[in-house]
Design a protein around this ligand. Structure first.
Ligand code: MTE
Length: 767
């Protein structure tokens, strides 16, 4: 580990249990009398459910309940933002994976056997499978009100006045979706309580969402539903809103049977039904002068939402504002359209729409560099935000705009960019079958919720000091592998001045901590961490006067606690944290505190995309070095350099782990992960055919640069890191492959088949 950060080096609190196989995941929850639930899905993506007969399934051995839309014990309208989605199909089928029936049985096998006995017919209807055609007048309607769900805009300056620019670069980028590929599939164990309330054990990154939607489904008050997050084996955005759906299925079955129900999706179903990174088409026009200075951009982003709104509009809101990148451009027009299709269900995924649009804007930056004969770093320096030009796409002035230039400088130096480029140029024609390339991409990212969701940008933490001087912490943000618990523990220990090993912290229980909004947008460190700092501040207000008294000081000025020992520069002795805690308990003072954080209010105009879109931002960038085999189309990534403006590293090992994970996941999206659809039906719903990177595909070297200029709004100066580690990887890989092949590239993923096509003479065959 090269970046220790604020952390003392103590291992992550969740490390041992996970590494030793002792952690209890949702599928490990076993309750007395528990039944097993399964979903019967539609294989057809567009049609009418004309026949449904569940009698054979009901009569099957071990079956306790079968539910369809006609006997569902809850509100079948489950749309999260838009009222466009049923839990169970009533008549219209809109996506492959729509739920026809639910079954609860005494064993998982009995439930699966019964599922095969449900007889139903879905009469196919013409579907919409190309987002580019979905808004045509003759296109079939996925939802009765039309296929356009919502539009977002950036309107800045007058881009139409740039159309006479010396340089006009125009292209359509076709960017693929992505499966979250979390280790642990979606699921919930629903446990009805004797008093009519509910306890849910769920794998989730947003337990408060589940609680709210299940309460609404059952018509119960929020307080009657308690969600306990089980150890979560990866979320990556896929466990933001989607877990609510299997949770409601499990609850429905538990309600009619009066018994606990465990419903865990098999991998194939999970891949077909659950949300995916949105496939997008980005139409990008860039206007520039011959010196490389960009005059304006006109961008249209088509977001393939699938059949239901879900959180697609929230993702699109971020894609919209991210589609110009970290550049200071006077004239900008962005139109982002969220469009219904009968394809896979689009949803949140690490980066929230930013990686797709980054692929387009960063490819355009490189094309501009080539057109005017500048290096990719130079073109970004020329057009990037800076202390002199701190205005971003949304018109706001960035407080730390100067960091973008610093990030470029370090990325260029530490990736050995000039040396590598020269080496590639020198070996250009040495081997006709192999070509090498290097690519750069940079991004700006708002590390919190967009203005549109800012009402949820809050966080709570309860810090309780026990009588022996150990501490329990309960936070409302979730751990899903990224190291949030470790970061919270480090922050708590640093804020109280004690050793981390004294602090116990576990997954969220919604009955014990306030609704802290979703754990998304890389906001956990800031929102949870600030709440912990606030709780520690309140506790210190009680502890420090006691310590001052013991040290013989008249007031708390200069009294500090470090490593669990209070001292003052002018006091002869010291006093331990335990002693002061004993005093606190002896005086019957409150040993607990509820800390709170809420993001500042902001002003933003959604009609123009101008204003304060996010509370603050981070910059990031990647340099990717590739080798391309022309004959097989295989792209081997040799080295990646990642640079992130993190404010302050909190937990060094977790931060480095995030960079490694983001890079590898980004390379998977860029190179091998292809969702192969046949009329909305996923043809590769498993890891045999849907290829995520393995340990064999990890680049030989991943270099990490952390820029540490404290963010005033962050706990100990920290920003967030989880998503930026991913966002520019795809774009940099695209640019590296373009560099290697010596031609323009406008699509992702760059699977071997596509790369082979690209090695053929233009025109490029579009996917
Ligand atoms: N890392 C792991 N190991 N597992 C995950 O599920 N989710 C990502 C990222 N890194 C994820 C992860 C996503 S989508 C987000 S928003 C951030 O972590 C959330 O955590 P943070 O706010 O602590 O960065």
């Amino acid at each position: 580990m090269t970046h220790p950060g604020l952390n003392s080096g103590a291992p992550r609190p969740d490390a041992a249990a996970k590494a030793m196989g002792r952690a209890r995941y949702c599928a490990d929850v076993q309750l007395t009398g528990m039944l097993h639930g399964v979903i019967v899905p539609s294989p057809v993506s567009s049609g009418i459910l004309s026949e449904l007969d569940v009698s054979a399934a009901e009569a099957a051995p071990g079956v306790v309940a079968v539910l369809t839309a006609s006997n569902l014990p809850g509100n079948n309208r489950i749309g999260l933002i838009f009222d466009d989605q049923p839990l169970l199909v009533t008549d219209r089928v809109r996506m492959a994976g729509d739920r026809i029936a639910l079954i609860a049985a005494t064993t998982p096998e009995a439930a699966q056997r019964a599922a095969r006995l449900v007889k139903f017919i879905v009469d196919p209807l013409p579907g919409v499978h190309d987002v580019r055609r979905a808004l045509d007048e003759k296109s079939p309607l996925v939802q009765e009100q039309g296929n356009l769900l919502k539009e977002f805009f950036v309107k800045r300056g007058a881009p139409q006045t740039c159309r006479d620019a010396d340089i006009v670069l125009e292209d359509e980028f076709v960017i693929g979706g992505q499966e979250h590929a979390y280790l642990e599939t979606q699921g919930t164990v629903a446990e009805p309580q004797p008093d009519g309330t509910w306890v849910l054990h769920s794998t989730t990154q947003c337990p408060f969402y589940i609680r709210g939607r299940v309460a609404r489904f059952l018509g119960l008050p929020i307080s009657a539903v308690r969600v306990r997050q089980t150890v979560t084996g990866g979320g990556f955005g896929g466990k933001e809103d989607y877990p609510d759906e299997p949770a409601m299925c499990a609850v429905a079955l538990a309600k009619v049977t009066g018994r606990p129900v465990s419903l865990i999706l098999p991998r194939g179903q999970d891949m077909q039904m659950s949300t995916k990174r949105h496939a997008m088409v980005v139409r990008h026009k860039l206007y520039a002068n011959l010196d490389g200075r960009i005059r304006g951009v006109e961008i249209q982003v088509l977001v393939d939402a699938g059949a239901y709104g879900g959180l697609s509009t929230v993702v699109a809101e971020r894609a919209n504002i991210s589609s110009v990148g970290p550049y200071d451009i006077e004239h900008v027009s962005v139109l982002t359209q969220v469009i219904y299709t009968n394809n896979l269900f689009g949803g949140p995924y690490r980066g929230f729409g930013a990686p797709q649009v980054a692929a387009a804007h960063e490819a355009q930056m490189d094309r501009l560099a080539r057109t005017v004969g500048l290096d990719p770093f130079e073109i970004r320096r020329l057009n990037g935000v800076s202390a002199k030009h701190p205005e971003f796409t949304s018109g706001e002035t960035l407080a730390q705009a100067h960091l973008y230039g610093q990030l470029l400088d370090r990325l260029e130096a530490e990736s050995g960019w000039k040396r590598e480029k020269a080496a590639i140029a020198a070996s250009r024609d040495a081997d006709p079958d192999v070509c090498e390339g290097i690519g750069l991409a940079t991004i700006i990212y708002g590390v919190n919720l967009h203005w549109g969701g800012s009402r949820l940008d809050r966080g709570g933490a309860y810090v309780l000091i026990q009588a022996d001087g150990t501490v329990n912490v309960a936070v409302g943000i979730t751990e899903m592998g990224q190291g949030a618990l470790a970061a919270m523990r480090t922050i708590c220990a640093a804020a109280l001045g004690i050793d981390e090993t004294r602090v116990q912290i576990t997954e969220v229980d919604t009955a014990l901590v306030p609704d802290s909004g979703p754990t998304v947008a890389s906001r956990a460190t800031v929102s949870g961490g600030n709440a912990v700092v606030d709780a520690a501040r309140q506790l210190n207000e009680r502890l420090l006067p006691l310590a001052a008294g013991k040290l013989g000081r008249p007031g708390i000025d200069g009294v500090v606690c470090k490593g669990g020992v209070y001292s003052h520069p002018e006091a002869a002795g010291t006093v331990t944290f335990e002693e002061i805690v004993a005093l606190l308990y002896g005086r019957r003072q409150n040993p607990g505190a509820l800390g709170w954080f809420s993001a500042p209010d902001r002003v933003y105009d959604p009609a123009t995309g101008q204003g304060s879109a996010y509370a603050f931002y981070t910059f990031g960038g990647h340099v990717v070095r590739v080798r391309v085999d022309r004959a097989t189309g295989q792209v081997t990534v040799r080295e990646v350099t990642a640079a992130h403006d993190v404010g302050r590293v909190i937990h060094g090992l977790s931060a480095e782990g995030q960079v490694h994970g983001g890079v590898v996941q980004g390379l998977g999206w860029a190179l091998t992960e292809e969702l192969k659809l046949d009329g909305g039906h996923l043809k590769n719903p498993g890891f045999t055919d849907y290829l995520i990177p393995t340990s064999m595909d990890i680049p030989e070297k991943i270099n990490i640069i952390f820029l540490e200029e404290p963010e005033p709004q962050g706990p100990f100066g920290a920003k967030g890191l989880g998503e930026p580690t991913f966002i520019s990887v795809g774009a940099a890989t695209l640019n590296a492959v373009a560099h290697a092949l010596g031609r323009e590239v406008s699509c992702l993923p760059l699977t071997p088949e596509r790369v082979v096509q690209l090695t053929r003479p233009e025109p490029e065959e579009r996917p």
